[in-house]
Design a protein around this ligand. Structure first.
Ligand code: 5MM
Length: 341
């Protein structure tokens, strides 16, 4: 298979109506902070047990087409001794890998962040591929304040995303391009729209400059939302309209799928907002779907509490959120479905 055929096959399998992506790529400090409220100590074994439980949930393959893994998970096996990426692949779910190495301050650009991890990326991808990874993910993060993100922050982050995406495509790995404008702060919906538009514009300029094949990427952005401390909340319809206005202006039709992150929205809100986009904008050129971490996993952690006897209930809560988000991808979700089973 040529590299182009590999990329096409992966996109075909990942971009399917009614399906989205599970983000299970929490780094060690993040997963520890997710486990802490349910009193689970984060160890190599507890992380493996938890993720094995997620990936063996019966029925999720009907709604989940890909899972983003953390490097450690790519090398772990289930209790039966099956490598976790293989277990996913056998269920028709594409395994992927988060390849960025975290973020830190962007020099001479107060308040802006930049993500690390380009050095040696091609070699790392070759190794991850032998472990079963067929797509990758890289996240750049933008905080909103009066002066941030700065023009330099926007340009530098876009350049990183584009350089990462080219290395992935050269290796036959589909890049998920994730520019996340954070929900933190008291900014308005309009300010988030302004920043998200500038960010997306620059990301696509950079992807174009670096000859990235847009047909072979998945975009993973934030929705356009008021900051979490803003005084005025927005309805799902307002969020859908503001988000679609920005993406219709900035994202070329060649991109096959936009898989939103949940970014601190509640599980129900993130489903409702995705549904409002699909119900209100059925003729956009891309699939509009999900790549949720917290919004899929919060109810699972609550149900699990680290106890084996809760595993079935935890798996059922993952299946429920996956199914409701699958319905939202089709614009068929209704809030009464939250309680109807
Ligand atoms: C699952 O969390 C991912 C990894 O975060 P860290 O690198 O901080 O451990 C994160 O990149 C995630 O894939 C996206 O932010 C989307 O997750 P949410 O929870 O926002 O849907």
């Amino acid at each position: 298979m040529s590299v182009k055929q590999e990329l096409e096959a992966t996109i075909r399998q990942m971009v399917q109506p009614g399906k989205g992506i599970l983000a299970a790529d929490e780094s060690a400090p993040t997963i520890a902070s997710r486990f802490a409220p349910v009193d689970v100590e984060s160890t190599e074994q507890s992380r493996c047990n938890y993720r094995s439980m997620l990936f063996t949930s019966p029925g999720i393959e009907d709604y989940i087409s890909g899972v983003i893994l953390f490097e450690e998970t790519l090398g772990q096996s289930s209790i039966e001794g099956k490598p976790l990426p293989e277990l996913l692949a056998q269920r028709g779910i594409v395994p992927g890998i988060k390849v960025d190495k975290g973020k830190g301050p962007l020099a001479f650009s107060p308040g802006d962040l930049i993500t690390y991890g380009l050095d040696g990326l091609a070699e790392r991808l070759q190794h991850y591929k032998t472990q079963g990874a067929r797509f990758a993910k890289w996240r750049e993060v933008y905080s909103i304040s009066e002066h941030n993100p700065s023009p330099l922050g926007i340009a530098a982050n876009a350049e990183m995303l584009a350089r990462y995406a080219t290395v992935c495509q050269e290796q036959g790995i589909v890049p998920i391009v994730e520019p996340e404008v954070l929900i933190d702060g008291d900014h308005s919906l309009a300010r988030c729209a302004e920043v998200t538009e500038a960010v997306q514009q620059e990301v696509f300029n950079a992807l174009h400059r670096h000859h990235v094949a847009l047909e072979h990427i998945i975009l993973k952005p934030n929705m356009v939302l008021p900051g979490k401390d803003h005084s005025v909340r927005a309805s799902a319809e307002e969020i859908a309209a503001a988000t679609m206005a920005v993406f219709l202006r900035t994202v070329p039709a060649a991109v096959p799928s936009i898989n939103f992150l949940s970014g601190g929205m509640s599980p129900e809100e993130s489903t409702e907002n995705l549904n409002a986009m699909n119900a209100g904008f059925p003729n956009v050129p891309w699939l509009l779907s999900f790549s949720y971490g917290r919004a899929l996993q919060q109810p699972v952690l609550q149900a699990w509490q680290g106890k084996d006897e809760n595993a079935i209930a935890a798996q059922q809560s993952l299946l429920k959120r996956a199914r409701l988000n699958g319905a939202a991808q089709r614009g068929e979700y209704q809030s009464r479905m939250e309680t109807s089973d």
